[in-house]
Design a protein around this ligand. Structure first.
Ligand code: F6P
Length: 349
């Protein structure tokens, strides 16, 4: 069967990745390129996010540029944060390059900040924009899923399972700090998946006795001799008095603070592990590859249909799109059922 004939409202589009990178971004870029080629739309890759659009760090992409990348972490387009793009002058430079390269649409892959930049550009200049949610934090309010989350969670779970082996052998306490910026989605999910003794998240400021010490004591009384405490990097105390008395500040690190207080209250010496940027790398999981590919395919199609200022979202398993202004007004929420389940799982021994 011959290739379908398409009517495209855009002739040439750009694609960029912005903000913290996430496993699966390459799969999304691949899908944007392949869907565009399939529809007869030109694709220009923009390196280093918005900064690359300002400097014209751009190149024509073909299917060759995206072969063998569906299974790779990181982003072949690089990513960067751009202070200049926050200025009208910077966005004017960016738009001038859109005109120079003949771009009439942009697919931008990143988080809320990326979408806010895209909205500012398309509000000030006649360029269509569509966002694809890509961040391991999964903290974008308008979508249940953002690219990279599943891979990051699996990376953290694998690391915590390994830590539990040695904590078991030495009958120790492990405090594991996971990423998530100011959100607890990743920590909650990983804490549930690893059967943690306690899970601390920014959305529920902790009380060291109620949320950690008493849980360790209950586990010990039930015969446990190793304890796994999962702490979101943004987790913080209800009352900072005690950490100040210990000569600590929030800058001491969420995991290290909890470790110090466990030592103070129980005398044991927890081993603190900050998983850090290992959560941002690695080959994307099947879920991230499939979701990224579906979102990249969808983004090009709605641009081609003439839509703009849209965010591609994943809710209840379906991929659809939402107005960018509406999407940016929505705040991140935790999975309420995961919260209830974690509360139950960490409340009984
Ligand atoms: O937003 C993704 C993320 O990994 C956060 O979880 C983390 O706090 C932040 O990026 C780290 O930013 P950077 O890579 O600039 O240190």
């Amino acid at each position: 069967m011959g290739k379908e004939e398409f009517t495209n409202k855009v002739k040439r589009i750009g694609v960029l990745t912005s903000g913290g990178d996430a496993p699966g971004m390459n799969a999304a870029v691949r899908a944007v390129v392949r869907t565009s080629v399939y529809r007869g739309i030109d694709v220009i890759g923009i390196r280093r996010g918005w900064q690359g659009l300002i400097t014209g760090d751009m190149f024509r992409m073909t299917t060759k540029d995206v072969s063998h990348i569906i299974d790779t972490g990181g982003t072949l387009l690089y990513t960067a944060r751009s202070d200049e793009f926050r200025t009208k002058e910077g966005r004017k430079k960016a738009y001038d390059n859109c005109r120079l390269f003949g771009l009439d649409g942009l697919v931008v892959i990143g988080g809320d900040g990326t979408f806010a930049g895209a909205l500012a550009l398309s509000t000030e200049f006649p360029i269509s924009v569509v966002g694809i949610p890509g961040t391991i934090d999964n903290d974008i309010g308008c979508t249940h899923y953002s690219i990279g989350y599943d891979t990051a969670a699996n990376t953290a779970v694998e690391a915590i399972d390994k830590l539990r082996d040695t904590m078991q052998s030495h009958e120790r306490c492990s405090v594991i700090e996971v990423m998530g910026h100011r959100a607890g989605n990743l920590a909650l999910y990983v804490g549930l998946a690893t059967g943690a003794t306690a899970v601390l998240i920014p959305e529920e400021p902790w009380d060291i006795r109620r949320d950690v010490i008493e849980k360790i004591q209950a586990a010990r009384i039930a015969g446990r001799t190793n304890f796994m405490i999962v702490v979101a990097e943004g987790a913080h105390p209800q009352d900072p008095t005690e950490i100040r008395e210990e000569g600590l500040t929030l800058k001491s690190g969420a995991g290290f603070i909890i470790g110090a207080l466990i030592k103070k209250h129980l005398g044991m010496s927890p081993r603190v592990t900050v998983l850090g940027h290992v959560q941002r790398g690695g080959a994307p999981s099947a879920r991230d590859r499939v979701t990224a590919t579906r979102m990249g395919h969808y983004a090009v199609n709605i641009l081609a249909e003439g839509k703009t200022n849209r965010i591609v979202v994943h809710t209840e398993g379906a991929i659809h799109d939402i107005d960018m202004v509406e999407g940016l007004s929505m705040t991140n929420t935790l999975n309420e059922n995961e919260k209830v389940v974690v509360k139950t799982m960490t409340g009984v021994y």
